[in-house]
Design a binder for this molecule. Structure first.
Ligand code: ATP
Length: 237
């Protein structure tokens, strides 16, 4: 059976000269879970995500993805992840199908044509199959970006402000689709956002980070009351 934790981070640290960007973070993400990584600008969220993605070498600490040690078995660990920065533009001159094929080949996805069809159906992209991504609306592009992020059936999906530039209806739609991904047990999600309304709606658990350390964590709907606050926003230091 696959491990219950898709991500396990222990005593993770990243230091730049005298600046400690990440200061001993330890947390897990379960297979059915959406975990929010919250904090003010400069708290250390991006640095953490970049280390989990293998883009940045930790100063110390360990990262296991789907039980595989990232430092020791990099390729095998990263095969279980994918990333979607929804604001990053798609190659605009490729059609939806060509885009998905390109990324599928990059990840060495088996039975790629079937996987592409599955995602085209799931994300309601059939009408746009042969349309160049550059002409799609941002909501449509977001669905393509999500399809691209799911192409390799990641156990761990990293989402950096996935709804930042979307209208409320489209943002709601994307949240629902990501919720489905987690509740079906396809994988777990680490989600960063500055939108506390969204966090309360979508996250099972939040980690509030300040100066590279977790200062509070728990159910985003219960946390504020536990600390005598009315809203999640008021918990920020
Ligand atoms: P935001 O919400 O603005 O994206 P963040 O939580 O993602 O913020 P990080 O980008 O992880 O924050 O930055 C954490 C700290 O580390 C900041 O103080 C930043 O200045 C510092 N930092 C990040 N990268 C470097 C680097 N390459 N060299 C020096 N300092 C860095």
């Amino acid at each position: 059976a696959p491990p219950a934790k898709v991500l396990s981070v222990v005593e993770l640290r990243k230091q730049y000269g005298a600046t400690v960007a990440v200061d001993g973070l330890s947390f897990d993400v379960g297979r059915h879970e959406i975990v929010g990584l919250l904090g003010s600008n400069g708290a250390g969220k991006t640095t953490t995500i970049n280390m989990v993605l293998g883009l940045l070498e930790p100063s110390s600490g360990s990262i296991h993805i789907e039980g595989v040690d990232l430092a020791r078995h990099r390729t095998r660990a990263l095969a279980h992840t994918n990333f979607a920065a929804i604001y990053a533009p798609l190659p605009g001159n490729l059609t939806v199908q060509q885009n998905l094929r390109t990324f599928g080949l990059l990840y060495g996805v088996k039975r790629l044509s079937e996987r592409i069809e599955e995602l085209i159906t799931q994300l309601e992209l059939a009408r746009f199959r042969d349309v160049r991504c550059g002409v799609l609306s941002s909501g449509e592009q977001t669905r393509v970006t999500l399809a691209k992020a799911l192409i390799n059936r990641p156990a761990l999906l990293l989402l950096d402000e996935p709804t930042a530039s979307l209208d409320p209806m489209t943002a709601r739609d994307i949240r629902a689709r990501i919720r489905d991904f987690a509740s079906r047990g396809e994988g777990g999600v680490l989600w960063t956002s500055h939108n506390m309304y969204e966090v309360e709606e979508v996250c099972d658990r939040v980690l509030i980070v300040s100066r590279g350390k977790i200062v509070l964590q728990g159910d985003p709907r219960a946390l504020p009351a536990q600390y005598g606050k009315a809203t999640l926003e008021e918990l920020f230091i």
